[in-house]
Design a protein around this ligand. Structure first.
Ligand SMILES: [Zn+2]
Length: 60
């Protein structure tokens, strides 16, 4: 799914998985990663990023 490009949605962004991923290949365990999974609760977009702005987004 593409990232949310709508600037006005930014307050609706939430971090679903911070700096990790859950791989189906290792039984769904949490694996540390540079990337976080974000979700826009306004338009439903979900994307992974390692951008610095992740530290400003609340968990959700
Ligand atoms: Zn959005």
């Amino acid at each position: 799914m593409p990232a949310c490009k709508e600037r006005t949605h930014r307050p609706a962004w939430r971090v679903v998985v911070r700096r990790a991923n859950y791989s189906a290949f290792n039984g769904g365990r949490r694996t540390p990663s540079a990337y976080s999974l974000l979700r826009c609760t306004e338009c439903g977009a979900a994307w992974r990023t390692k951008a610095a702005y992740v530290s400003d987004i609340p968990n959700g």
